[in-house]
Design a protein around this ligand. Structure first.
Ligand SMILES: *Cc1c(COP(=O)(O)O)cnc(C)c1O
Length: 380
C-alpha cells in the first residue's frame, strides 16, 4: 500500500471507510434513505455557504462538469470559457458536445486569472448564456479568485459554472457571496472520500434557465432536472449508490468537526513552497498558488518518471506528475484533505529530499527539515 500524497484521490480516513461498509437498505424504497440523502445535501450546501440546493450524482467529478454543461447548454448558446489551464479550456469540449459555441478568454497559465482582464473583456462582449471557470486548475495548481471573477459575470446576467473539485474545503468557497450558479465538487480531493461521487450546487437562476429551455436536455444521466421534486416524490432518477453516500456523509462530518481546516491547508502549503524554494527547486507558477496542491518543475538533472518511481519504490509514497501540455515537466504534491497534516507531509518531503539526492539533484538543504522549520515558524 502506498501513502497517496497525490492531488486526488487523497487518503481516506478510517471512519469514512467504515461508513462505506455499513449494512444497506434499499435506497429506492426506504424513505429514511431519501431523508439521509437530502440531509447530506443540505450539509454540503451549508459548508459551501449557500441557500442553493445540492445534488449528489453517481459519478466522479467529471460527471458534475458534464451535467452542468449538458443541463445549461442549448444549441447555439454562446459560452465564455475562462482559460488559464488544462481543466479551464477542457470545459469547451462539453460546451461543444451539447451544441454550444465556446468562446475562449485566455490568460497567462503561470498566474491566477486577472479579474481586470475579464472586466475589460465584458465591457465589449457580454452576450453569453453562461461562463465556465476553474477554481484550482489542478495540473498546474493555479488558483483563480472565484469570489472576484463570478460577480463580474453576474453584473451582466451571465450564469456562472465553477469547477472547484480540487479547491473546495482546502480553499474557502462562498457560493452565495460569489454568485455561483452551478458549483461542481468531487468526493476524492479535499473531501477525502474515495472517487465515485460528484455533487453540484444549483441556483434558482440556473433552474429557471433549465426549465425554460426550448430544446430538451440531450442526456439522462447528466440531466440535473431529473432530480426535480425527488424528495416530495420519494423517487430518485436512478438507484443511488448508498455505500458511497454513507462514506461521503462521514467525510463531510469530519469536515464539519474540523475547526481549522482552511488555516491548516494555508500553513502546510506555505511551508511546502518555502521548503522547495529554499532548497533551490523551482515552483512551476509565478503566483496564484493553491493551498491544495504544490507543483514544481522537474530539475534538469533528472526526469519526472525517475522521481515518481524512486518515491514509490524506495519510500512507498505516491506523488503525481501531470498530463497534457505539462506531461513530464512537473511534479505535484497533493496536500489537501486528509493529506494536509504535518506528519504525512514531513515524511513526504524527507523522502523527496532523499529521492532527489539519489538522482543527483543538488539541494541547498533537507526538504523535510526545511518544511518542519517553516511549519514551526507558522510560515504564512
Ligand atoms: C480531479 C478533478 C476533476 C475530476 O476529474 P478526474 O477524472 O477525477 O481527474 C475535475 N476538475 C478538476 C479541476 C480536478 O482536479
Amino acid at each position: 500500500m502506498y501513502k497517496i500524497m497525490t492531488p486526488g484521490p487523497t487518503q481516506v480516513p478510517e471512519n469514512v471507510r467504515r461508513a462505506r461498509s455499513l449494512a444497506c437498505t434499499n435506497p429506492d424504497f426506504d424513505e429514511s434513505f431519501v431523508f439521509f440523502y437530502k440531509e447530506t445535501c443540505e450539509l454540503i450546501s451549508r459548508l459551501l455557504h449557500t441557500e442553493n440546493e445540492t445534488l449528489i450524482l453517481d459519478g466522479e467529478g467529471i460527471l458534475g462538469l458534464e451535467a452542468a454543461c449538458a443541463s445549461l447548454t442549448e444549441p447555439g448558446d454562446k459560452v465564455l470559457v475562462l482559460d488559464n489551464g488544462i481543466y479551464g479550456r477542457g470545459f469547451a469540449d462539453f460546451v461543444t458536445m451539447y451544441g454550444g459555441v465556446p468562446e475562449f478568454l485566455h490568460s497567462d497559465e503561470l498566474a491566477a486569472f486577472p479579474p481586470e482582464l475579464l472586466e475589460a473583456h465584458l465591457t465589449e462582449h457580454h452576450d453569453y448564456a453562461y461562463a465556465t471557470l476553474v477554481h484550482c486548475d489542478t495540473p498546474s495548481g493555479v488558483l483563480n479568485d472565484i469570489h472576484r471573477l463570478c460577480p463580474l459575470l453576474k453584473k451582466y446576467g451571465i450564469l456562472t459554472v465553477v469547477d472547484s473539485v480540487s479547491g473546495m474545503f482546502g480553499e474557502d468557497v462562498r457560493v452565495d457571496e460569489a454568485g455561483i450558479d452551478l458549483l461542481c465538487g468531487g468526493s476524492q480531493k479535499a473531501v477525502s472520500a474515495p472517487p465515485g461521487l460528484t455533487f453540484v450546487t444549483v441556483s434558482d437562476a440556473a433552474k429557471q434557465k433549465m426549465k425554460h429551455r426550448k430544446t430538451p436536455i440531450a442526456s439522462f444521466y447528466a440531466n440535473l432536472m431529473t432530480f426535480e421534486g425527488y424528495y416530495e416524490k420519494k423517487w430518485f432518477p436512478y438507484t443511488m449508490p448508498i455505500s458511497d453516500i454513507y462514506g461521503l456523509r462521514a467525510a463531510f462530518d469530519n469536515i464539519t468537526a474540523d475547526s481549522n481546516l482552511l488555516s491548516r491547508h494555508a500553513q502546510i502549503a506555505a511551508a511546502t513552497r518555502h521548503a522547495l524554494t529554499a532548497a533551490g527547486l523551482r515552483l512551476h507558477l509565478n503566483s496564484g498558488y493553491s493551498n491544495t496542491v504544490t507543483v514544481f518543475d522537474v530539475p534538469g538533472e533528472t526526469t519526472a518518471d525517475a522521481i515518481l518511481l524512486t518515491m514509490r519504490n524506495e519510500h512507498g509514497i505516491m506523488l503525481s506528475g501531470s498530463f497534457d501540455s505539462l506531461a513530464g515537466k512537473v511534479i505535484r504534491i497533493g496536500h489537501m484533505g486528509a493529506n494536509a497534516n504535518v506528519a504525512d507531509m514531513t515524511v513526504t518531503m524527507s523522502a523527496l529530499s532523499d529521492t532527489l539526492h539519489t538522482l543527483r539533484v543538488p539541494l541547498r538543504g533537507d526538504l523535510g527539515i526545511l518544511f518542519l522549520e517553516a511549519v514551526k515558524q507558522n510560515f504564512l
